[in-house]
Write a protein that binds this ligand. Structure first.
Ligand code: NAP
Length: 322
């Protein structure tokens, strides 16, 4: 069975950038990109903050562009999900169902997923008023009224951020207590544009028939009273989960499941396995930081392979590309 230099697991900004750099370094990477390739950008609408796309770009288009660029230099793709990995010995082994792939190095770029409320109506209006990222989509809601759902630091941060654009931000949370730090709750409470609505859950997202968000049907958790709220935007901010289920027994991770990498590097605890993008970063979580991290992973893998082949000095002196 063929042993490749590199397998990249994951097809978002981090994985495709890793593949681009690796392909240009002649590592002939295989990208197992996932059945639903593209990652979180596939459920955002327009991306206006990715440098180089001066006029903005739709998230799915941007991911197709990333993919095509990696393909141009010889990256190969498997559009399916990895089902099992074995990093206990080398070559590393990665399975897609019964199909086994082997490689000297692996870059894990499986990202994180925004938690969803779990409503059918929410799914139908994703990118049409239902969003998971204020940094990405906030600017589309200038002078509009929006709702943020959640009670953690992310929800407070998103609500505060959205006050820059929206005329009113309603923060809906299912309890009267907040998981967020007190200082963030106080800041949000003190803001004149933010109104708190607790303890409420979202029962239905309204507007499916018009394909555009019209409002929300809420329910008071204590009294069971329903409440309809008109809104232009729903920002779901109930946390993210890293997509690390396959790796938890093999790679070091923190208590939330994010993979741990060495400081200023993409190395995991297994030499030759690297982690890039949101799967190891719960702080920045931007396409551009994920892409930067993917580039770092490819350079780390390239140097690791070169060092192993007995050219440590050459490896360290490898030219850094722009
Ligand atoms: P989080 O702390 O896990 O909070 C998630 C919130 O969403 C909780 O209030 C939770 O309610 C609510 N929630 C979860 N599932 C829900 C559902 N199905 N329906 C309705 N509500 C639901 O997540 P996070 O806010 O993203 O923060 C993650 C970590 O990053 C935290 O450690 C946080 O401190 C950190 N962070 C820090 C900053 C900052 O310091 N500036 C900013 C962002 C994030 P319950 O409380 O009822 O469970």
């Amino acid at each position: 069975m063929e042993t490749r230099d590199l397998i990249v697991i994951g097809g978002g900004p981090a994985g495709y950038t890793a593949a681009l750099y690796a392909a240009r370094a002649n590592l002939e990477p295989l990208v197992i990109e996932g059945f639903q390739w593209g990652g979180q950008l596939m459920i955002t609408s327009e991306v206006e903050n990715y440098p180089g796309y001066a006029d903005g770009v739709m998230g799915p288009q941007m991911m197709a562009d990333f993919r095509r660029q990696a393909e141009r230099f010889g990256a190969e793709f498997v559009t399916d999900d990895v089902t099992k990995v074995d990093f206990s010995e080398r070559p590393f082994r990665v399975w897609v169902g019964d199909e086994e792939h082997r490689a000297r190095t692996v870059i894990v770029a499986t990202g994180a997923s925004a938690r969803q409320l779990g409503l059918d109506s929410e799914l139908k209006l994703q990118g049409r008023g239902v969003t998971y990222c204020a940094t990405c989509d906030g600017a589309f809601y200038r002078d509009r009224e929006v709702v943020v759902v959640g009670g953690g630091d992310s929800a407070m941060e998103e609500a505060l951020f959205l006050t820059r654009f929206a005329s009113k931000v309603t923060l809906v949370h299912r309890r009267d207590e907040f998981r967020a730090s007190q200082i963030m709750v106080d800041r949000a409470r003190e803001h004149e544009k933010i109104e708190f609505l607790t303890p409420y859950v979202v029962e239905e997202v309204l507007g499916v028939a018009e394909s555009k968000l019209a409002g929300l049907r809420l329910r008071n958790v204590e009294t069971d009273e329903p409440l309809e709220l008109e809104t232009d935007g729903l920002f779901v901010a109930i946390g993210h989960d890293p997509n690390t289920g396959l790796f938890l027994d093999q790679l070091d991770h923190d208590e939330n499941g994010y993979l741990v990498t060495s400081p200023r590097s993409t190395e995991t605890n297994v030499p030759g396995v690297f982690a890039v993008g949101d799967v190891q970063d719960h702080v920045y979580r931007q396409a551009v930081t994920a892409a930067g991290s993917g580039c770092m992973g490819a350079l780390d893998a390239e140097r690791f392979l070169a060092a192993e082949e007995g050219h440590p000095h050459e490896a360290l002196a490898a030219p850094r590309e722009a």
